[in-house]
Design a protein around this ligand. Structure first.
Ligand SMILES: [Ca+2]
Length: 158
């Protein structure tokens, strides 16, 4: 079984596959040593990939989870069960899932007031007297009533 490359499927160069496998640390079967097998095991790779995706996903979610929503709830404590309390992101964003650029009129007014800075209570308070969605009720009146200050279809009952 000793011969040149291509002489038979069982030999490589001048060495039979078994001898060659031993020299490079592989088992005679041609499998890598058990340590290497863990990395080469495709199921393991899939699970490692999934775990990585979950970790990255959670990290992204944590970063993307808008602190502005928390701030809004801290500042105004919207009425439990009201449209405003249930709206979360849609208090400021035009639709779900929220994007940075698609804001409703109330979100746009917050953006203008913040002018690139992080939103804080002072910025929220500064637009309370505006009627962002032009439905005839100020933002503060809507927030107190539990309606959406950025959606003209949602307004306090007169
Ligand atoms: Ca309004």
């Amino acid at each position: 079984m000793i011969g040149k490359i291509g002489c038979s499927p069982y030999c490589v160069g001048d060495l039979p596959v078994r001898t060659l496998a031993k020299k490079v640390g592989m088992r005679p079967s041609g499998r890598p040593p058990s340590g290497m097998r863990i990395v080469r095991n495709s199921k393991t790779l899939v699970w490692c990939g999934l775990a990585l995706l979950i970790v990255v996903g959670l990290a992204t979610w944590a970063v993307a989870k808008p602190p502005d929503t928390m701030l809004f709830k801290q500042v105004y404590a919207p009425k439990e069960g009201s449209d405003l309390a249930k709206a979360n992101c849609v208090v400021c964003h035009a639709k779900m899932p929220p994007t940075k650029t698609e804001l409703n009129p109330y979100g746009s007014d917050i953006g203008k007031a913040a002018a690139g800075k992080a939103v804080d209570e002072k910025i929220l308070r500064s637009i309370e007297r505006l009627d962002s969605d032009k439905d005839g009720f100020t933002n503060l009146d809507e927030i107190k009533a539990g309606t959406l200050p950025g959606d003209p279809k949602s307004k306090p009952v007169k």
